[in-house]
Design a protein around this ligand. Structure first.
Ligand SMILES: *Cc1c(COP(=O)(O)O)cnc(C)c1O
Length: 395
């Protein structure tokens, strides 16, 4: 099919809710994708970290192929051994506890909101505090939880019971907590918000505060989870324990799956009939997620993230020395951002033309999140293209 044909199909038949680049992706392998005309690109932003192990990760492809010959779907009113195995594995690599499975990040956060409300002592204790510049999804509850005006515009009336405070500011939280508060909800590194990293002493204070007030600490690890920061979960970099975490994106290695992990006592509040997801934890999705975890462990990808994260960061620091309009490099592991003094959109477009896919968020922050499998050579190539794209853009 010709590129123009795809554009015209979209124009006529697809609801235009996405801002799109004129690129039709046809296939992918590892850190590379090819467009419909056969041109190759290095993908340093694979689907907001969905393809976190690169495109077509062999073990995940094999698991899906195998499971698809056995059974695709098992309804949740019967037992499915793969869901049990995946729950055990996630519990073991995190803080213990139990899992609920769904199909996306928003759905995982929606489940966390409902679980927090069940945890409230009475109807009055239901309020959840979240952060400015956060992003938690596009369902009505999760966009209300999200600390960005632009995602809420046009969707009033929004559900009640949410309060938003500045990020990394313990005083505002102390002031915001009332008898109504039931949970504090945050990303440890704000992804859409511009790679803003939580401070360790802030998190330690939050944990203490939650223990004192007997309220829940919930981390949205949809983007930071599954190895992105050099640990399976980002909270493991900080030496604190949450009560609930939510996952999606890399969890299925490209196959849709979301999950919530909660400490046992909290998890058991969700008794039969309180929550459900028809497709949640299907054998196909669970086989993919199990293969993702196995790949991360067997191929020592957490080590690779630490080493390549450091290497990429150093290369980006070199670019910063070269271009005075690069203000700051920040992030953790392979979740890195370059804050610019100028708009980043032009650079992203030049990079695309030059064969490198990256992202720009909050207008001035370039976001770079290559697959956990990325090599030094691929980083060198990407940096050369980025350098060239910056030169194309400013001169
Ligand atoms: C992407 C994302 C979500 C939403 O996930 P969907 O699968 O699009 O619903 C929620 N939280 C964070 C931190 C995300 O990055």
């Amino acid at each position: 099919m010709k590129e123009q044909r795809v554009f015209s199909l979209y124009k006529k038949f697809v609801i235009p809710c996405y801002k799109q680049y004129p690129l039709v992706i046809a296939r992918g392998k590892g850190v590379k994708v090819w467009d419909i005309k056969g041109k190759k690109y290095l993908d340093f932003f694979p689907g907001w970290a969905v393809s976190g192990l690169g495109h077509c990760p062999p073990k995940v492809m094999a698991a899906i192929r195998k499971q698809s010959q056995i059974i695709l779907h098992i309804p949740n009113n019967y037992y499915n051994q793969l869901q049990g195995e995946l729950a055990k594995k996630l519990s073991m690599i995190s803080f213990g506890g139990k899992c609920f499975f769904c199909n996306s990040g928003a759905e995982a956060n929606e489940a966390a909101i409902k679980l927090a409300r069940l945890y409230g002592k009475n109807e009055n204790q239901h309020e959840i505090i979240s952060m400015e510049n956060s992003f938690h999804g596009r369902s009505l509850a999760t966009l209300t939880l999200t600390g960005q005006k632009k995602v809420k515009k046009g969707f009033s009336p929004l559900p009640g019971g949410f309060k938003i405070v500045p990020f990394n500011d313990i005083k505002s939280i102390q002031n915001a907590i009332t008898k109504k508060t039931v949970a504090i909800f945050l990303e440890l590194i704000q992804g859409e918000g511009g790679i803003n990293v939580a401070k360790k002493d802030y998190l330690l204070s939050l944990r203490k505060l939650c223990d004192q007030k007997k309220i829940l600490l919930i981390f949205d690890e949809v983007q930071t989870g599954m190895g992105r920061t050099g640990e399976f979960f980002c909270y493991q970099n900080f030496g604190i324990l949450p009560d609930i975490i939510t996952l999606a994106k890399t969890l299925g290695g490209g196959f849709p799956i979301g999950a919530l992990i909660a400490k046992n006592k909290i998890a058991d509040l969700m008794g039969p009939g309180t929550h459900a997801s028809t497709f949640g934890g299907s054998p196909l999705a669970c086989s993919a997620a199990l293969a993702v975890i196995e790949t991360i462990e067997k191929e020592h990808l957490l080590e690779n993230v630490k080493r390549m994260g450091e290497y990429l960061r150093k290369k980006l620091e070199d670019l910063k020395k070269k271009y005075s309009f690069i203000k700051e490099i920040r992030g953790l592991g392979l979740m890195l951002g370059l804050e610019l003094k100028i708009s980043g959109q032009g650079i992203v477009e030049k990079a695309l033309k030059n064969g490198l896919l990256i992202n720009c968020t909050q207008e001035k922050i370039l976001r770079i999140m290559p697959p956990l499998t990325v090599s030094k050579k691929e980083i060198d190539t990407a940096i050369a293209i980025l350098d060239k794209s910056i030169r194309n853009e400013i001169f």
